[in-house]
Design a protein around this ligand. Structure first.
Ligand code: PEP
Ligand code: MG
Length: 591
């Protein structure tokens, strides 16, 4: 039966495919297709993993026979029996075999896919005791996965089998062909998302998350349709269901009828044609009808994204979120050499164009590791995040600063500091940069000059801009956080997503004043929050005097199109009208 689930728009376009349900705790399991001749080997890997766990349990059983009831309570023996029984579970074993043989999933993917299915059956059981065995099942699958580590097959690059482009009707008629896959999860961390950047999925759906949560931002950078904040979608969708993601409307349609499929197939093709048309603007300079030059820059997460930035016609990188180099590493942070090489790759990749490297911004909804989420702090967005984290760990901060300064010897680098609010933080940051230079001098290492910039993303910074204009050569407005902190709503919390309003008069006032003061002072100013890539806001930002926008590469051409159609001089009065309006959104739409 067809039904739809509403969530929040993340990235444009339509994806149609079969659902792959992934439990959040297991998302760092590799997902790739194997070659048909590797099926036996893959099944053997699961078998070996399972045998290892069975042996382990037998060993524990053996050892507890020699223990007193106090040392090894009776329940432990019973629990081990349950685990052994679950390891032989016919549904689990047969299912895993099916996903490997018929779908060519790698062993880990097959195992976690089948776990989801069996776990649901447990959820539906009337008997409380049996229902609670789900946790045991999850445990033994985790143990098999752990046992399989070290015997993993090399990851086949995604797309080796590819996802053949064909009409949905064809796909429905012939179930044996490759079909696009859509990932459905309760939650994905930004680090999980980054891992999926290399994956086979044609779209993403998560139950939680706001439009500007970092998970959504990485999904957007992948330029595939995605919906977040879809509430209980991962409970409603079953493994292998057909789903449509309408990324423009933030809607997920499950088990669509042929008519709906045909309609969305049409919409999908229209979207592809539109993207093709936009490509014609690639080499056109971004200049308004009245001759105002606009700089379009790219936001990137990894050095390799520089390629996409260049391909989209970006005139530089306006924001390299360096924290993604630090995530998912089980606490082992990248050393100076590793960071230097990564920043250098980004600089080299941009072929002489400027690269703005932001110092690490972890914390809040960007934990370093999924395993070390620090729930003790109830308000992580207000806690030890970004520059606060860096200043709390000078050795780590100096390491990063040295790596950035060294990369600056290879091209134009701008160093951007996130979340500054206090004069003391600015002084300390500047002192650390001086110290990093001295350390490099002492070691006789080459480094280059950097322009120094600050993010304006805390209301206190926007309201005290004079202090920033004194110390920094450029400023970058982080509207994602500026909105979060001004309106007091967690950007990652879908339950308050309806209050996340870039057009709130207070936000417009802070953005307008920041741009105006920078212009008056002759300081470069850019917007690098998600507002910059929203084509619905391009005219407004131009009217506020903004001439530098930084966004995901995939959005650059659409924003450029808006710029080419705009007359900047006429937009000044539009911006004023929007700022004065009781209903700014309606005023903006009315023009
Ligand atoms: C912002 O806050 O607008 C920004 C660009 O930084 P991030 O989204 O990484 O917090
Ligand atoms: Mg920010």
């Amino acid at each position: 039966m067809t039904f739809s689930v509403h969530g929040l728009t993340v990235s444009r376009g339509v994806a149609i495919g079969r659902a792959v349900l992934v439990a959040s705790s297991r998302v760092d399991v590799a997902h790739y297709f194997i070659e048909p001749d590797a099926v036996e080997k893959e099944i053997e890997r699961v078998r070996a993993g399972r045998d290892a766990v069975v042996d382990e349990i037998h060993r524990v059983q053996e050892s507890i026979t020699h223990m007193s009831p106090k040392e090894a309570p009776q329940e432990l023996g019973a629990l081990l029996d349950v685990h052994l029984m679950l390891l032989q579970d016919v549904e689990l074993v047969a299912g895993v075999k099916h996903w490997i043989t018929d779908r060519l999933y790698n062993a880990e993917w097959a195992l976690t896919t089948q776990l989801e299915i069996v776990a649901r059956h447990f959820d539906e059981m009337e008997d409380v005791y049996l229902r609670e065995r789900k946790a045991d099942l999850e445990q033994i699958v985790e143990r098999i996965l752990r046992a399989m580590k070290g015997v993993a097959s090399p990851v086949v690059q995604p797309g080796t089998r590819g996802v053949r482009k064909q009409s949905q009707q064809d796909l429905l008629l012939d179930d044996t062909v490759d079909v696009p896959l859509v990932l459905v999860a309760h939650d994905l961390s930004p680090a999980d998302m980054l891992q999926f950047k290399q994956s086979v999925f044609a779209g993403f759906i998560t139950d939680v998350g706001g439009r500007t949560s970092h998970t959504a931002i990485v999904a957007r950078s992948m330029d595939i349709p995605a919906v977040v904040g879809a509430r209980s979608c991962s409970q409603l969708v079953r493994q292998d269901d057909w789903v449509i993601i309408d990324g423009d409307a933030g809607v997920v349609i499950v088990d669509p009828s042929p008519i709906i499929l045909a309609e969305y197939g049409f919409k999908q093709r229209q979207g592809e044609l539109e993207r093709g048309r936009l490509q014609r603007l690639l080499h056109t300079p971004a200049i308004t009808m009245d001759g105002e030059k606009v700089q379009l820059l790219a936001n990137i997460e990894m050095p390799e994204d520089a390629h996409a930035a260049l391909k989209a016609g970006a005139l530089g990188v306006g924001l390299f979120r360096s924290e993604f180099l630090f995530m998912g590493r089980q606490g082992k942070l990248p050393d100076e050499e590793e960071q230097y090489l990564a920043y250098k790759r980004a600089v080299d990749g941009m072929e002489g164009l400027p690269v703005t490297i932001r110092t690490v911004d972890v914390g809040a909804d960007k934990p370093l590791d999924n395993t070390v989420r620090d729930d003790a702090h109830l308000n992580p967005a207000l806690g030890l995040r970004a520059i606060r984290w860096s200043l709390a760990d000078p050795a780590m901060f100096l390491t990063q600063l040295r790596a950035i300064l060294r990369a600056a010897a290879h091209g134009k680098v701008r160093l951007l500091v996130p979340m500054l609010a206090h004069a003391r933080e600015i002084q300390q940051t500047l002192a650390h940069i001086d110290q990093a230079r001295e350390m490099l001098d002492a070691r006789g290492l080459l480094y280059g000059p950097v322009e120094l910039g600050a993010m304006i993303e805390i209301p206190a910074a926007a309201l005290n801009l004079k202090m920033f204009l004194k110390h920094f050569q450029f400023l970058s407005i982080g509207t994602n956080d500026l909105i979060q902190y001004t309106l007091a709503i967690d950007r990652a919390d879908e339950s308050v997503a309806h209050l996340y309003d870039p057009l709130h008069p207070a936000i417009l006032r802070l953005v307008a004043d920041t741009i105006a003061q920078c212009r008056a002072h002759g300081t470069d100013v850019c917007v690098c929050g998600e507002m910059a890539g929203d084509t619905g806001l391009t005219r407004l930002l131009l009217g506020l005097g903004l001439r530098s926008f930084s966004m995901h590469p995939a959005q650059i051409l659409a924003v450029k199109q808006e710029i080419l159609r705009s007359d900047a001089s006429k937009l000044v009065s539009l911006a004023q009208r929007v700022m004065d309006a009781d209903d700014p959104a309606a005023q903006l739409a009315a023009g």
